[in-house]
Design a protein. Structure first.
Length: 259
């Protein structure tokens, strides 16, 4: 009983410091209800060069999203090499799915500002390489998705309270699987803009730009997330997935600049 009391006391003291999460072994935590966690809102800048696993800022998913996601996410399928985060998709069964891959997400949420990633996509029909913002519940989301069936294009999308259907596919003018490129989301009160390599590519707002006037827009602080996954039952969208060898997506940095 004394030992238990001591542990609880130490935990309470540590929780009062700024660097609590730096000492956590996130890989060992099996999260079964990732959307039920209340997360702090971070209102300062983030610069993450992806040199190593920064547990004070990020965690690795260890579950399956189910549905059209035909993989389980495993901590060891997101690793760091040559100053980059590497997400690996292979045919190791996980979480009741035939494949495993990686997902990396921030511990905290971020409000309005500009979110940017420098990434190189995987190239294979039936897959998605992503950079996106996500709330959990209520479900707001803003997406940058590279569909592996045609890596010369990017798909932008957003969800408001779980309602999506706002997809926009844009020609990139290059093959995103053959080099690193910068993708950015500018998220503000009533509007979203998407950029590639510093150039505006698409935008929506509630004042009539590519959406009805007065349309609902995402409004909640969101986690920053990246993942690589194979689809199932969505061949009309992603194309069929046929595994032949491991696939990789690469992330050089992620940054956030608040408004």
């Amino acid at each position: 009983m004394n030992k238990k009391f001591t542990i609880l006391l130490l935990t309470s003291l540590i929780a009062g410091t700024l660097f609590l999460s730096c000492g956590m072994n996130v890989d060992a935590v099996e999260e079964t209800e990732p959307n039920s966690v209340e997360r702090a809102v971070q209102n300062w800048s983030l610069w993450e060069p992806m040199n190593s696993f920064n547990t004070g800022v990020w965690n690795k998913a260890t579950w399956s999203n189910g549905g059209m996601f035909n993989c389980g996410f495993k901590a060891d399928h997101g690793y760091f090499q040559n100053g980059q985060l590497v997400l690996k998709l292979d045919n190791v069964a996980s979480s009741g799915k035939p494949y495993s891959s990686g997902e990396y997400r921030t511990n905290n949420t971020f409000s309005y500002g500009t979110f940017e990633v420098n990434m190189k996509a995987a190239k294979a029909s039936g897959t998605v390489t992503s950079f996106f913002l996500y709330t959990g519940s209520p479900w707001d989301e803003i997406d940058v998705e590279i569909l592996g069936k045609d890596t010369t294009k990017v798909q932008f999308n957003y969800y408001v309270n779980g309602v999506g259907g706002h997809e926009k596919i844009v020609d990139l003018g290059f093959d995103s699987a053959y080099g690193f490129h910068k993708y950015a989301i500018e998220y503000g009160n009533g509007y979203i803009n998407w950029y590639v390599d510093g150039k505006w590519k698409w935008g929506v707002n509630n004042n009539g730009m590519n959406a009805p006037k007065g349309a609902a827009m995402p409004s909640h602080p969101m986690q920053i997330m990246v993942n690589l996954w194979p689809g199932t039952g969505v061949d009309s969208w992603l194309g069929p997935f046929r595994y032949s060898s491991p696939l990789y997506a690469y992330y050089d940095y992620v940054k956030f600049t608040p408004k």
